[in-house]
Design a protein around this ligand. Structure first.
Ligand SMILES: [Zn+2]
Ligand SMILES: [Zn+2]
Length: 392
């Protein structure tokens, strides 16, 4: 029997698990109930459970045979600080918290794969089921890596999956190389000399400096970044001054940069620092840039992209797998794991048509119809990569 058919036999149960998680969302690093549930279920499948990796992170290890080969499968567990607008029975019980990104579905698909693999035991090697906390911008992947994720649970390759509204259920999409943008936040603190608003000659005006830097910064993407590289630099805040008749001492600029390579991110940082400092110096002021890379770009390994695409084709057929999807300017912290271990990240259809609500929206819900497809793809990765000699 194909894995997906066996998984469909417990689809109802998976749906209950998913809706239970949806009703009890927890924010990043607060996934106490969720990680308890995950640990309990893994233990129930006779899978070795390790907890406290990246605070609330959980890793399940299932080792069969003596092959040294090992694979990592990762799902995220956290919710978002959003007040849910849905009225169905499994809506959030926690006001202001909501599974609006479908991590309830990701966790359930990985649990479904764990159940199947523990039951059928049709592979030779080690599977690490990685349940990551705090994906939504607060560093859950980095926290797991800091706690020695890949030293304690070495993997030849690691794979992640995210639902994609607007893509039909039963379809997958991916691309080799950079697929999601890296992101950075920055502050530029400008210091001039305060003075009476009517006596500019007595001061150094940081507001004028801030305006010049804001304008000059627009030239970085237009004139320094290669036209074929995609990048965004947005100054989103300008703060300075409190009175009509006072030239303030200080002004602050803040913003964000997005791009698809570390090299471009370094270029943006270097150019922004140089412009800010030199423009300020030209006016007799000073400017200090604090540039903080939040996420690296998500870069899929070419070989592992081919491998997961092949596996997806074996589950849903070649016509339902797009191997060359568009890039997105959003970020994803699985990118940190892909920097530490080769692997790939694929998108799974959450449904298209009129009801296809975007993630991070108050009306979003993970589509339970997608559960068997995602679980079956995780299973296929394992059974193909860790195939028993003479089988498969
Ligand atoms: Zn999200
Ligand atoms: Zn997400």
């Amino acid at each position: 029997m194909a894995a997906i058919e066996r998984i469909r036999e417990f689809h109802d149960e998976l749906t209950l698990w998913r809706r239970d998680l949806h009703a009890h969302p927890e924010l990043g690093f607060e996934e106490e109930r969720t990680s308890d549930l995950v640990a309990e279920r893994l233990a129930g499948f006779d899978i070795e459970v390790h907890r406290g990796i990246g605070k609330t992170g959980v890793v399940g290890r299932l080792r069969l045979g003596n092959s040294p080969r090992a694979i990592g499968l990762r799902a995220d567990m956290d919710c978002l600080p959003i007040l849910e607008a849905n009225t169905f029975a499994h809506r959030s019980r926690h006001p202001g918290k909501m599974h609006a990104c479908g991590h309830d579905g990701h966790t359930t698909m990985l649990l479904g794969a764990a159940r199947y693999l523990a039951e059928t035991r049709n592979f030779d090697g080690t599977v690490h089921f990685i349940f990551q906390p705090a994906e939504e911008g607060i560093g859950g992947a980095a926290a797991m890596l800091k706690d020695g994720l890949f030293e304690r649970f070495p993997c030849d390759a690691v794979f992640g999956m995210h639902n994609r509204p607007g893509l039909a259920v039963g379809k997958f999409q991916i691309r080799p190389g950079a697929m999601m943008a890296g992101g950075a936040y920055f502050d530029i603190a400008i210091t001039g000399r305060g003075a009476h608003g009517a006596r500019p000659e007595a001061g150094i005006d940081p507001v004028v400096v801030a305006a010049q830097i804001t304008t000059a910064a627009q030239s970085i993407v237009a004139r320094n970044v290669r036209p074929l590289d995609t990048a965004v630099l947005s100054i989103t805040q300008i703060h300075g001054g409190d009175a009509y008749n006072v030239i303030p001492e200080r002004a602050v600029l803040r913003g964000t940069a997005r791009c698809f390579s570390q090299e471009t991110m370094r270029l943006i940082e270097t150019r922004l620092r140089s412009l800010a400092e030199s423009i300020a110096a030209g006016f007799g002021a000073t400017a200090a840039l604090d540039f903080r890379a939040q996420f690296p770009p998500l870069v899929n390994d070419a070989d592992e992209t081919r491998f997961i695409a092949e596996c997806a084709e074996e589950v849903v057929g070649a016509a339902n797998v797009n191997r060359n999807c568009n890039v997105t300017m959003a970020s994803e912290d699985f990118a940190c794991m892909l920097e530490a271990c080769p692997g790939a990240y694929i998108q799974i259809g959450n449904g298209d048509g009129d009801g296809a609500c975007e993630v991070h929206n108050q009306g979003y819900d993970f589509n339970d119809e997608a559960l068997p497809y995602g679980a079956a793809l995780f299973v296929r990765l394992v059974e193909k990569r860790l195939a028993r000699v003479g089988t498969d």
